[in-house]
Design a protein around this ligand. Structure first.
Ligand code: HH2
Length: 280
């Protein structure tokens, strides 16, 4: 299995790590840590040194209740960071919902568009279609300031699966080759802790939709609810969730803590490599 992006065809026969670079003042776990250009570029370099397979750069927080910013502000936060990141030898993803920001990111050489709104803004499908970029289509409802009021499902797994299939179909119809598409259940987006856990328990079904599955559990609130830990003490919980997600078919892990996740996957892969094939 592969994920075709602009410059790189990413081999997903082993799980990959996408390192998060939030160039924002208000992200839920690292807001303000990398919000000047030099700090953000240094962060990109250290994540690559730690073993990140992909970088995901964002200029707008999507945490519940986050303040929306306009395209100009969002792009001005990340433009120099994207330009520097594309020289680092790994695929660069840009986390945005706005077609204007997508267009500029692609002009600057981005390889992937990661859209938490699954290319639903007017013009987004065509910007991505014409670019050759990879795309991540994520499930959410509403906007960050309204989404938690929309966390009501009869059957969360079936509803998320139906939404992702429908968005993948819209992408295909817009001319995006299926090999460029990855799907994401959107853990924490318009979902309670119970919804997130049900989705993870049934995630194999999403992995069987025919596209690589990308997931983001890193430091999220559900992990705090389970462990009672604040956001800066959720590494162990994040690793546990990441490995459960890999066990249920995830191929790309979107994480803040790259070095620790790379180590966890090294152990995972070592066991896979030692597995004795069944003799029939
Ligand atoms: N989660 C966040 C942002 N973007 N993209 C995908 N595909 N999947 C996710 O689960 C996901 C995402 C939220 O995390 P973070 O970027 O750390 O926080 P913030 O949105 O506050 O910047």
């Amino acid at each position: 299995m592969h994920w075709q992006t602009r410059r790189f065809c990413i081999d997903l026969t082993r799980p990959r790590v996408m390192g998060i670079v939030n160039v924002t003042p208000d992200s839920f776990s690292d807001g303000g840590c990398h919000d000047d250009v030099r700090a953000a570029i240094a962060h990109c370099e250290s994540l690559v040194a730690e073993g990140a397979d992909i970088l995901d750069i964002g200029g707008e927080s999507t945490r519940p209740g986050a303040q929306r910013v306009d395209a100009e502000t969002e792009w001005s936060r990340i433009d120099k960071v994207v330009a520097a990141a594309v020289t680092l030898g790994v695929p660069v993803s840009v986390d945005t919902c706005k077609p204007d920001v997508m267009r500029r990111a692609l002009d600057a050489g981005a390889d992937v568009i990661n859209d938490v709104q699954a290319l639903r803004q007017a013009g987004a499908l065509s910007v991505v279609a014409g670019s050759g970029a990879g795309v991540c289509l994520m499930h959410m409802r509403g906007e960050p300031d309204s989404m938690m009021g929309l966390a009501a499902y009869d059957d969360v797994l079936s509803e998320v699966a139906a939404f992702l299939e429908q968005r993948a179909q819209a992408a295909l119809e817009a001319g995006i080759d299926g090999r460029r598409i990855a799907l994401d259940p959107g853990y924490g987006f318009a979902k309670s802790a119970e919804h997130n856990l049900r989705l993870l328990a049934g995630q194999k079904r999403l992995a069987e939709l025919g596209y690589p599955l990308l997931v983001g559990w890193s430091r999220k609130r559900t992990l705090g609810e389970i462990t009672g830990r604040p956001v800066d003490q959720r590494l162990a919980a994040s690793l546990a969730a990441a490995l459960r997600a890999v066990n249920a078919g995830a191929k790309v892990l979107r994480v803040h803590d790259v070095a620790a996740t790379v180590d966890a996957l090294k152990v995972w892969n070592a066991v896979d490599a030692a597995t004795i094939p069944a003799v029939d």
